[in-house]
Structure formats: structure tokens, C-alpha cells
Design a protein around this ligand. Structure first.
Ligand code: NAD
Length: 483
């Protein structure tokens, strides 16, 4: 075989360039590690050191004014929103965890930085009457221990940091070990910017080697006054059993119901877009479709025209299940957050770039319906009517009371589903992400606290309410108690 010498030279050059790029990347990572050892910019070798430093920071932070808090929160937003930083953390999050996709991480990180409420969330209540004036103010808890998931590693740190700092707290982050490096990068980036703006050092800290052991040390540490866990049911249960104030943002399995009154084409597009967002990693993303029989064919046709690949052969559906599920049930970590094209490829199906979601009809009790998979595999179940669909949605949601969607124009049935499922987020006629402020009104958060009831967390969720009473004065409406 005759190979063109120029072509060989070109290929060798390309390989050498790639090796050089790899070296540069490694050197940067090594440099960061060197710089961060010993507590620089909030990164500590041990959890105890991290907590002690964060405790000192919190005490100093108490002396900062609301204007200063506002400035620091803005600094945090600005540093994350700097394009090169936004691109870096989004790219690293995908590379390190092997989950999700870069363009959607960019959107989520930007969303967290822009739409997580700051100090404006802390509205003081004033009660005045014959007995004087009483104020109820949102005050800091102190040092918060925040446990963050592998699925939204940077988004959660950004929105937690904004809310918790706005509320006057300092924060110890205990991230998922799979997201260690990107967390270190982000915490360093934020701390450096905060310090440059004059904020106390170590307002946000983490450890060099996150681990379950370190999380346990943090949960038990007396200086940690509040715990916030964003993750699966295990960690939520753990923080709730510590005896400390705990916020638990746990798992969901959001159903989407489509009835015969819906705009079917819009429903199909919304469902495909919501389900495929960041490869289905968000806990709010559409996980199963329950459709009224009369419109199911049309819905499937529309989904296929808008980025869905339909698997019809039961043997292939089984092959898919064997591929992505563990023997004892639940998703295999190696498939969580992977793209539809990647998953299809593993069962020998080559799909084009337009494919975002894999759909199939299944019975109502199929594991794809009942388990939170966090990958763009979307089962569709037919029901005879909308009431049956709502009943099944209630079962499929598994009592998480997290998120549900419905596409319908029937106000009575929309109301019925909202009432019955009692989810923290209920989205009508839109993709799931409308529930966190993308194409829907309201602030954003990546910590949706169903189990402990705070709902879509914001600065005030991370506060203690304190009452301050002034007897007989500053009630200025009348002279009944004299002038
Ligand atoms: P995960 O539960 O495996 O891990 C979450 C965090 O808890 C990580 O930091 C992990 O290190 C820690 N952790 C887990 N078990 C622990 C233990 N026994 N002791 C100490 N620490 C422990 O979840 P994940 O894969 O990172 O995230 C996905 C899950 O989180 C999904 O179930 C998803 O629905 C949920 N989630 C919920 C929300 C929400 O706002 N409600 C947001 C994002 C993710």
C-alpha cells in the first residue's frame, strides 16, 4: 500500500500536538494542586482544617455589612460568568465525571450564576401595633456543610454559594469524589475573586481529597451548624438523622402525562428537549411518559420527527435494559448522563447527531418507568384515559413528591394531577426546566428540597429567623399611648 509521505508527516505532527496539549493540561492541574496545598484559596488537606478556617471566616463575615455581602455575591456571579471560567468549569465537569454534555453545562452554570437569588431574598417582616414594633430578620446559621452531587457538580456549588453567602454563612463543600478536581478549581476561582474584593479568607472551603469519610467528619463536626445535602436518598437520610438542622434535596422520577387536549407537537418537542437536557442528569428531567391512547401514536410520531429514536423490538428493549441497569436494579454508573447516541452505539445501533432521546413503549411496571435512570431513555406507557394516566403518574413518581409535568388544556385535569401528586415542582405545557426558571417564571436552584420542605431553595432557606422586639415604641400611627 502506498501512503503519501506528506500525509504521514501531517499525522505525526497532529499526534505530537495532541501529546503536547495533554502535557500542558497535566502541568496546569499539577500547578493548581501545588498552589492549593495548605489552605490557599480555600482548599485544605484535612476536613478539620477546612472547618476551622471556615469558622474563622464566618466570624469575620458577621462584621460585614449587607452592602459588602451584596458586593461579594456579585463578585461570585461575575467570576463564574467570565466566559473563560464558564467554559473551563463546564468542560471539566463533563471530562471529569464523564456525564452530561458541554453546551448544556454551560447553560446550567450560567443559569445558576445569574438566577440564584441574593440578599434581596431576605425580606424582613415588621409587626407594629399598640405594643410597639417587632422585627423578624433572616439571620445566618453559621458554618454550613454542603454535600454536592456528581450530576450537577458546579451548578450546585454556584447556587448554594450565592444563597448561603447572601444569607451570611460560610460554607464547607463536600463534593462527590468523582467531581473532585472541578470542585477544587471552582472553589479556588471563587475564593481568589472574593479575597481580591476584600472578603474574609476561606468563606468557601473544601478538601483536597473528598471522600465519604470526610463527609462523615463534616456531618458530625460541632462547628457545622447546618447540613445541606443534594443527592440520592442515602445521603438525604443521613443528614436528616444527624440531629442538626438539615436540608435534604433528594431523588425524583418525574413523570410526564399527555392527554388528548394537549398540543401534541409542542408536547413532543418539549418532552424531547426536557428529557435530553444535559443527557437527562437533572433530577427534574422527564423520566417517563404516560400518554392517553388516543394521541399516543401521534405523540410518538412527533417525537420521532423531533429527535427521538424509537426502539420497537422487545428483544432490543431487553438488550438495552441489560446494558444500562445493574443486576439488582438501578442504573449502571457508567451509563448515567451518557448521550442517546452513545447508548445506542453500545447495542450496535448507529444513530445520527439529530438523535437526542431513545423512546420505546413499555408496560406500566417496567423498570425504565419505575427507576430513576438519569440517561436519555424514555419509556412511554399508554393508558385508556387521562384519569388512568394521572393515577399511574402518581405510582411512577414513587412518592418522591419531586417534579411532574403535564401537557393538557383541561384545567380540571391539570388541577387534579397537581393536587394528587403533591410534587415540589409541577410544570404545565412546557419542558421540565421551565420549573427552574428557564422559560418559566421564578428563580433558579439546583437544590430542590422536597423531603425537608424548603422547596426550591434560595438565600432565605439557609437562614434562622430571629425576632427582635421593641416594646411600646416605634408604633407611630396614633397618640393612644401619648406623644
Ligand atoms: P449520590 O447520592 O451518590 O451522591 C450525592 C453526594 O452524597 C455526593 O457528594 C456523595 O459523595 C455523597 N454521599 C452519598 N452517599 C454517601 C454516604 N453514605 N456517606 C457520605 N456521603 C455520601 O448522588 P449523585 O449520583 O451524586 O447525584 C444524583 C442523585 O442526586 C439523583 O438521585 C438525583 O435525583 C439527586 N439530585 C437531587 C437534586 C435535588 O435538587 N433534589 C439535585 C441534584 C441531584
Amino acid at each position: 500500500m502506498d501512503i503519501d509521505a506528506n500525509l504521514i508527516e501531517k499525522m505525526v505532527k497532529q499526534v505530537l500536538n495532541e501529546i503536547d496539549a495533554g502535557k500542558a493540561e497535566k502541568t496546569a492541574a499539577a500547578e493548581i494542586k501545588k498552589e492549593e496545598k495548605g489552605g490557599a484559596y480555600g482548599i485544605f488537606n484535612t476536613m478539620e482544617e477546612a472547618i476551622d478556617a471556615c469558622d474563622i471566616a464566618q466570624k469575620q463575615y458577621l462584621f460585614c455589612s449587607m452592602a459588602e455581602r451584596q458586593k461579594y455575591v456579585q463578585t461570585l456571579r461575575d467570576v463564574v460568568l467570565k466566559q473563560e471560567n464558564l467554559e473551563l468549569i463546564s468542560r471539566l465537569a463533563v471530562e471529569e465525571t464523564g456525564m452530561g454534555n458541554y453546551p448544556h453545562k454551560l447553560i446550567k452554570n450560567r443559569l445558576a450564576a445569574e438566577k440564584s437569588p441574593g440578599i434581596e431574598d431576605l425580606e424582613t417582616t415588621a409587626l407594629s401595633g399598640d405594643d410597639g414594633l417587632t422585627l423578624v430578620e433572616y439571620c445566618p446559621f453559621g458554618v454550613i456543610g454542603a454535600i454536592t452531587p456528581a450530576t450537577n457538580p458546579t451548578e450546585t456549588i454556584i447556587c448554594n454559594s450565592i444563597g448561603m453567602l447572601a444569607a451570611g454563612n460560610s460554607i464547607v463543600f463536600s463534593p462527590h469524589p468523582r467531581a473532585k478536581d472541578v470542585t477544587i478549581r471552582l472553589v479556588t476561582m471563587i475564593n481568589r475573586a472574593l479575597e481580591e474584593t476584600g472578603a474574609p479568607k476561606n468563606l468557601i472551603v473544601t478538601v483536597m481529597e473528598p471522600s465519604i469519610e470526610n463527609t462523615n467528619v463534616m456531618m458530625k463536626h460541632p462547628k457545622i451548624r447546618m447540613l445541606v445535602a443534594t443527592g440520592g436518598p442515602g445521603i438525604v437520610k443521613l443528614v436528616m438523622s444527624t440531629g442538626k438542622k438539615a436540608i435534604g434535596a433528594g431523588a425524583g422520577n418525574p413523570p410526564v402525562v399527555v392527554d388528548e387536549t394537549a398540543d401534541i407537537k409542542k408536547a413532543a418537542i418539549d418532552i424531547v428537549n426536557g428529557c435530553s437536557f444535559d443527557n437527562n442528569l437533572p433530577c427534574i428531567a422527564e423520566k417517563e411518559v404516560i400518554a392517553v391512547d388516543r394521541i399516543t401514536d401521534e405523540l410518538i410520531r412527533s417525537m420521532r420527527e423531533n429527535g427521538a429514536y424509537q426502539v420497537t423490538d422487545p428483544a432490543v428493549i431487553q438488550k438495552l435494559a441489560d446494558l444500562v441497569r445493574k443486576e439488582g436494579g438501578g442504573p449502571k454508573t457508567s451509563f448515567v448522563g451518557k448521550s442517546a447516541i452513545y447508548i445506542l452505539d453500545k447495542i450496535g445501533i448507529q444513530a445520527g447527531p439529530e438523535v437526542k432521546v431513545i423512546i420505546m413503549e413499555t408496560p406500566k411496571d417496567h423498570p425504565f418507568v419505575m427507576e430513576e435512570l438519569m440517561m436519555p431513555i424514555l419509556p412511554i406507557v399508554r393508558t385508556r384515559n387521562v384519569d388512568e394516566a394521572i393515577d399511574l403518574a402518581l405510582i411512577a413518581e414513587r412518592g418522591n413528591r419531586h417534579t411532574a409535568m403535564m401537557h393538557s388544556k383541561n384545567v380540571d385535569k391539570l388541577t387534579k394531577m397537581a393536587k394528587l401528586l403533591q410534587t415540589t415542582i409541577f410544570v404545565k405545557n412546557a419542558p421540565s426546566y421551565a420549573g427552574i426558571g428557564v422559560g418559566g417564571e421564578g428563580h433558579t436552584t439546583f437544590t430542590i428540597a422536597g423531603p425537608t420542605g424548603e422547596g426550591l431553595t434560595s438565600a432565605k432557606s439557609f437562614c434562622r429567623k430571629r425576632r427582635c422586639v421593641l416594646s411600646d415604641a416605634f408604633h407611630i400611627r396614633d397618640f393612644s399611648k401619648g406623644l
